[in-house]
Design a binder for this molecule. Structure first.
Ligand code: NDP
Length: 244
């Protein structure tokens, strides 16, 4: 199962952080990349310009991955124009941390809709086409918190654990048609999302003694997109410096 020149890959939340590093790592002149953003239009468009200057085909598309009608609209226009993608990287995500005893219902809902509902809203519209193509890659960015839990992140851990369950179940549904579905579970990675955390205290808990870099997560995503990764499916691959 090798890629063809017409192949395209969707990366949600490609404007910054891990998503941006994924886009940079997987861009080649043979692929068309669609990177999505919510607020970071300028950053997304600058990235597209940089990729185009390097002969890579890319476009940026803004929509809220947690909003079912925005997703339906965006996926419909992509399907009409580009057909089914070769790969989908469900990366966009948020956290709204706080102990559950104080957690506002909106903080629960916002995190679940952005991190988990988005997987369904973004992936499901393309599934029929991918099944018909008998090939493809779906990669969900989950988290160590979804594997082992984390105090102050009941909403976030629930969303990421849900994503792991969905990954394993969908992998079994689509494996007969040559589509792999995997989750990548970063630990602490240097991005805007972790900028306010007490880094020195946390680093002492990480066997590697440091936060990860976004490109170290991107390298695993990049591998999962290759032909050689065709027999890897239903897996949760940790990128966490030995934390879990
Ligand atoms: P950042 O906060 O740096 O970036 C988040 C990205 O998601 C941005 O591109 C943002 O777009 C996009 N986004 C957020 N909400 C929405 C939305 N409703 N609709 C569309 N796009 C949205 O996060 P990271 O790069 O750190 O995280 C990326 C993924 O990795 C997330 O799923 C996160 O949970 C996961 N992860 C991160 C870890 C870390 O330590 N950093 C650890 C474990 C997992 P825009 O800028 O345009 O608003």
């Amino acid at each position: 199962m090798s890629e063809t020149p017409r192949d395209w890959i969707l990366v949600t939340g490609g404007s910054r952080g891990i998503g941006r590093a994924i886009v940079e790592a997987i861009a080649t002149p043979q692929r068309h990349l669609v990177l999505t953003y919510l607020r970071g239009r300028e950053a997304a468009e600058q990235l597209v310009d940089t990729l185009r200057a390097a002969d890579c085909s890319a476009e940026a598309l803004g929509f809220d991955v947690g909003d079912s009608s925005e997703c339906a609209q965006a996926t419909e226009q992509l399907r009409t124009r580009l057909g089914a993608p070769y790969g989908i990287v469900n990366n966009a995500g948020v956290h709204r941390d706080g102990l559950m005893v104080w957690m506002k219902p909106d903080d629960w809902r916002d995190v679940l809709r952005t991190n988990l509902d988005s997987f369904f809203y973004v992936t499901q519209p393309f599934l029929k086409g991918m099944l018909a193509n008998r090939r493809g890659r779906i990669i969900n960015i989950t988290s160590t918190a979804g594997q082992v839990g984390n105090a102050g992140q009941v909403n976030y851990a629930a969303s990421k654990a849900g994503l792991i369950g969905a990954t394993r179940a969908l992998a079994k549904e689509v494996a007969p048609r040559g589509i792999t579905v995997n989750a990548v579970a970063p630990g602490f990675v240097d991005t805007d999302m972790t900028a306010d955390l007490p880094a020195d205290r946390l680093k002492s808990m990480i066997p590697a003694g440091r936060f990860g870099q976004a490109r170290e997560v991107a390298a695993v995503v990049s591998f999962l997109l290759t032909e050689g990764a065709g027999y890897v499916t239903g897996q949760v691959i940790g990128v966490n410096g030995g934390l879990a």
